[in-house]
Ligand binder design. Structure first.
Ligand code: PEP
Ligand code: MG
Length: 570
């Protein structure tokens, strides 16, 4: 069995179509007839434009306008007079063959884009690679396999899939794909979700272990590829796929419904994201907002320095605009602990998880904090922004962070920059000291969001990364539930709302007791949202309040778990 990342959920069983791209071996040759080389370039560009137009035509049948825009961008590149004239100049100046000149100009252009700060331009490098590969194939007479010509059901296995490949996919025959490269937010993963076909990406050693004609099971729920399974295994996975599809249909009916208990108590089900690209999944799954944007990924992706104000502004604005006025909770930088940066050396500490992490780092490096707060405030004009500070332990820390926010706001207003007037400034509750003092903290914060991943780690004194103490990760322990209750009650006492953005919020077994404790907002991964809504919409708030009261008086998490299971009939 080969392991990868489930990029688009589902299960498929079919024969393998192994996609192997032509290998280009272009050597430099000195030429005398420069005009003949230039003519080759003209012909290759014309053919490339023709190819992309055909792909766009095929893709138009099954992709939404948003995704089709990528082919317009490809067409623009293939028709870019500057790109072509650079190649023609290279032929003229270096007296070399058309193929080599085109390869040189294209690879310079790709590395120029790859090295740009702006994430939008960085991503464009993949498009330039795609277009220039097609151009080079047309120059060298090589054929790029065309997935539009598939005529029997297959699972595509490839090192990577380019936008041209995914655009040519015909859902009737392409039952799914597995790739060696890529992550959840790579282009091919996004396309797979949009096409709603199962995909497993980032599968190590895939190409070496699979050949055309093999039968594979693609389990894009668990992120696994099983090569040449026996009949019994095939039957098991087909059943798993069928059950998944049936549930998916059922869940779809919850997409545009409010999250409301049977006796009319309303909550919000919102999504956790790590980058603007994740917003689509939140919207597709009926998210009523974003409950946690982990901004550290912006910082970790950056190669050589902290991302500047403009880069951050663009990312925050994109998320706020995409959520169209729905609340978007953006967490300020949570770095340190296990999260490192390529361009910054953290001081050595005995216990990094108890050291200079998150808000502690930002309060020590107010210059870095200020850049982020300015970017956030500038973006606040484009939607409903809620900013929250991670790892607050004391009232003074919160007040100091809030002061930095007020300073950045005053500065921008003085500069005449527009900022939103409904920004909420909240506090993450993930340290027991903060949970215990929640009623005091709530005097200063507009809302709370409980980070149970850390709250449990710090309450149980059990490293969240350690397998050997993982038995102490006990969200349903009465001790944790009491801390959660203190937090929610503290917020409500001052008329504020309280959310949760740790993994516990998306745990189906925890939902009944969290509802009963009065949690207002549940933030989780996009794929858990519809299940959570189905659960909430089937529960009585009054009943769950009674259940929560009982749970708080129990001794162990096992007892709480049994209580919930019997209440929801599991
Ligand atoms: C948490 O601690 O629950 C949380 C949401 O933050 P992170 O997992 O990013 O530490
Ligand atoms: Mg945390």
């Amino acid at each position: 069995m080969l392991k990868g990342i489930a990029a688009s959920q589902g299960v498929a069983v079919a024969k393998v179509y192994k996609l192997e791209q032509p290998v280009l071996d272009i050597q430099k040759v000195e030429v005398t007839d420069l005009e003949a080389e230039k003519a080759k370039i003209e012909r290759a560009f014309a053919k490339t434009v023709e190819d992309i137009e055909k792909i766009k035509e095929t893709a138009a049948g099954h992709l939404a306008a948003e995704e089709l825009a990528i082919y317009d961008a490809h067409l623009m590149m293939a028709q870019d007079p500057e790109f072509k004239s650079q190649i023609l100049d290279e032929i003229e100046n270096s007296k070399e063959n058309a193929e080599y000149a085109a390869q040189t100009v294209a690879s310079n252009m790709v590395s120029m884009f790859e090295n740009m700060d702006d994430s939008y331009f960085k991503e464009r490098a993949a498009d330039i690679k795609d277009v220039s590969f097609r151009l080079l194939c047309n120059l060298t007479g090589k054929t790029i396999p065309n997935l539009a010509t598939l005529d029997s059901p297959v699972i595509i296995v490839a090192k990577d899939l380019t936008p041209s490949d995914t655009g040519s996919l015909n859902k009737e025959f392409a039952k799914g794909f597995a790739t060696e490269m890529g992550g959840r937010t790579s282009h091919s993963a996004i396309m797979a979700r949009s096409l709603e076909i199962p995909a497993v990406v980032g599968v190590k050693d895939l190409m070496a272990n699979v050949k055309s004609g093999d039968t594979v099971v693609l389990d894009a729920i668990a992120g696994e590829v099983i090569v040449n399974p026996d009949e019994k295994t095939i039957a098991e996975y087909k059943a798993k796929g069928a059950a998944y599809e049936k549930e998916k249909e059922e869940l779809k009916s919850f997409k545009d419904q409010p999250s409301v208990s049977t006796d009319g108590h309303k909550v919000l089900i919102v999504g956790n994201i790590g980058s603007p690209a994740d917003v689509q999944a939140v919207r597709d799954n009926g998210g009523e907002g974003v409950g946690l944007f982990r901004t550290e990924f912006l910082y970790m992706k950056s190669e050589d320095d902290f991302p500047n104000e403009d880069t951050q502004f663009a990312a925050y604005k994109e998320v706020l605009e995409a959520m169209q006025g729905k609340p978007v909770v953006i967490r300020t930088l949570d770095i340190g602990g296990d999260k490192k940066l390529k361009y910054y050396q953290f001081a050595e500490e005995m216990n990094p998880f108890l050291g200079v992490r998150a808000i502690r780092f930002c309060l020590q490096r107010k210059d870095i904090f200020r850049t982020q707060l300015r970017a956030l405030l500038r973006a606040s004009a484009y939607g409903h922004l809620c900013i929250m500070f991670p790892m607050i332990a004391t009232v003074n820390e919160f007040k100091e962070a809030k002061q930095c926010y007020e300073d950045a706001r005053a500065e921008l207003i003085k500069e005449g920059v527009k900022v939103g007037d409904d920004v909420e400034v909240g506090c993450m509750i993930e340290i027991p000291a903060a949970a215990v003092l929640a009623d005091q903290l709530a005097k200063y914060a507009d809302f709370f969001s409980i980070g149970t991943n850390d709250l449990i780690q710090y309450s149980m004194a059990a490293d969240r990364m350690s397998q050997s103490v993982s038995y102490l990760y006990q969200p349903l322990s009465p001790s944790i539930l009491r801390l959660i209750k203190m937090t929610i009650d503290g917020a409500h006492k001052h008329g504020h709302w309280c959310g949760m953005c740790g993994e516990m919020a998306g745990d189906e077994l925890a939902a009944p007791v969290l509802l009963g404790l009065g949690l207002d907002e549940f933030s989780m991964s996009a794929t858990s949202m519809l299940r959570a809504r189905r659960m909430i919409n089937g529960l009585s708030y009054a009943e769950m309040q009674k259940l929560a009261d009982k749970a708080l008086e129990m001794d162990t998490m096992e007892e709480v778990s049994d209580l919930i299971k019997s209440a929801i009939g599991k």
